[in-house]
Write a protein that binds this ligand. Structure first.
Ligand code: IMP
Length: 483
């Protein structure tokens, strides 16, 4: 595997691993693998602690939301770049958790120019019900950054600047006492609310304290990244969320607040523009079942959200019974069956993920944006004799207009529209393909896949112009197959 992986990477010096769907495609495992076998540096360039990946360390699960997973390799530098938003309390907690588990953190670096998620942002995010955010304050922090009103990590080390800027930020918010009282038990912000009021002094005091602890990790990330690159270090950039959740590229307004395309996350990590052929991008695609968390259109969705329960509840369901019902056509049983098979529950929020069939319309768009190289993941999580693929949508709704194109009832759509008022009326048109009724897990080379599976993979390459490079066929690193 190592030799093959290196042959895939050829002489790339910067490898960007980004998600080509709505997040949660299993980037972490690929990045983890590269961090162990290939990289000198792992960097993040977008998002905040709305992301999350689980790593098993000495038989114990560790969930990291901010710190790149290169941290588990003591020789690898881990950079949190200027394009991110950082909740300093979460960062400190992660640093301490890692230290307590004996993980060395001396090669962690945090950009002083990254924006801060303050408790004010988390409070503001608590009231956002429309998008179904992770509630971590990410959107409000980016909004204040764009409004030139937020504080940055460097400000934590400059109490006078911090006080002035935070007071100004506070003045831009008006929280009503009743709502504040309602969230006074919130684990991250409750301690800053007293008698229906935000206690700014307590926030400032705590931020100064946390600043002292994270100060030693702060650096000029773009300078460091430039030096790494110039000195021939091998760099992995890990994108957070996914292309279809990008504020610029995704299904607006049902998106996160950072840009999620490969070029954006590479820039957000602090890397320069002249990477040329030294940059290789891999888009991660869950196949043949994809997911979405939070609200917003999903044209290939299976079943309805009315059926969603927490993992605690759903794990006790009878899988065989669900499968039987699914095979007889019950879409909600299929939804839950596939969710359980793929353990599709959020690492950050624990929310059950919405389930859908592979969407080639969206994949064509992602290939256009992030380039042709694709890593398929979770291919082992769909033990069914047949799958559905969606190569086009049928427009069903009131006529509308977007990007110079009119949409009308019954129209066929092959080019992904990111306007949610268009996409919500796009109904996936499915074609059945034979699959494999048992799990594919255990197959360790491409030739070992059943012919039907290989035919379908070839077909999606043809239909989208993608080039499947790696296939992840199970939870372990040995399950990563080179096509
Ligand atoms: P926010 O990023 O918390 O503002 O949430 C905005 C939207 O992005 C919501 O629909 C979230 O569920 C979704 N989202 C944010 N982070 C992730 C992620 O890491 N995986 C999947 N969805 C995410």
């Amino acid at each position: 595997m190592d030799k093959s992986l290196f042959s895939v990477l050829k002489d790339a010096r910067v490898v960007a691993i980004v998600c080509n769907q709505w997040g949660d495609t299993g980037k972490g495992k690929i990045v983890n693998y590269l961090a162990k076998e290939w990289a000198d540096v792992v960097a993040r360039g977008n998002g905040g602690n709305n992301a999350g990946h689980t790593v098993v360390l000495n038989n114990e699960e560790v969930i990291l939301h901010l710190i790149p997973c290169g941290i588990f390799n003591p020789d690898v530098y881990n950079i949190i770049g200027p394009g991110t938003v950082i909740d300093p309390f979460v960062l400190l907690e992660e640093i301490n958790t890692l230290k307590n588990k004996g993980v060395k953190v001396d090669k962690l670096r945090v950009s002083g120019y990254a924006s801060v998620i303050t408790p004010l942002h988390i409070v503001a995010d608590c009231y956002n019900k429309k998008i179904g955010t992770t509630g971590r304050g990410v959107g409000p922090a980016y909004r204040d950054r764009a409004g030139r009103n937020n504080i940055r990590i460097n400000d934590l080390m400059n109490p006078d600047v911090l006080k002035e800027r935070l007071s100004r930020l506070r003045d831009s918010y008006s929280f009503d006492p009743e709502s504040l009282e309602r969230i006074s038990g919130h684990p991250a912000v409750g301690r800053f609310i007293t008698q229906g009021k935000i206690c700014l002094e307590a926030i400032i005091e705590n931020l100064i304290e946390v600043g002292k602890e994270i100060g030693p990790f702060v650096c000029d990330a773009s300078k460091e990244m430039y030096e790494f690159f110039k000195n021939g270090k091998r760099i992995v950039v890990e994108g957070a969320q996914g292309l279809l959740l990008g504020i610029e590229e995704g299904t607006y307004p049902y998106v996160t607040s950072s840009c999620c395309s490969a070029l954006h996350v590479v820039a957000g990590a602090g890397l320069p523009a002249n990477l040329g052929n030294d940059l290789k991008v891999f888009g991660v695609v869950k196949f043949p079942v994809m997911t979405r968390v939070g609200n917003g259109p999903m044209p290939t969705e299976i079943g309805t959200e009315a059926n969603d329960r927490s993992y605690k509840e759903e794990q006790n369901y009878d899988l065989n019974g669900l499968k039987e019902k699914a095979l007889s056509g019950d879409q909600n049983s299929l939804r839950v069956f596939l969710r359980l098979k793929g353990k599709e529950y959020g690492a950050t929020t624990g929310r059950p993920r919405r389930i859908g069939w592979i969407d080639l319309v969206a994949l064509r768009y992602a290939v256009r944006m992030n380039g042709p190289n694709i890593i398929l993941t979770k291919i082992d999580c769909c033990p069914l004799p047949a799958i559905n693929i969606c190569d086009k949508y049928i427009y069903q709704g009131i006529g509308t207009w977007s990007n110079g194109k009119a949409y009308s009832q019954g129209g066929i759509i092959r080019n992904f529209p990111t306007d949610s008022y268009v996409l919500k009326n796009c109904i996936g048109s499915f074609e059945k393909r034979p699959w494999y009724k048992n799990s594919l897990r255990g197959i360790r080379d491409y030739e070992g896949f059943p012919q039907e599976v290989r035919n379908t993979l070839n077909e999606i390459e043809e239909k989208t112009g993608c080039n499947v490079v790696l296939i992840s066929n199970g939870p372990n690193e040995e399950d990563i197959i080179v096509k």
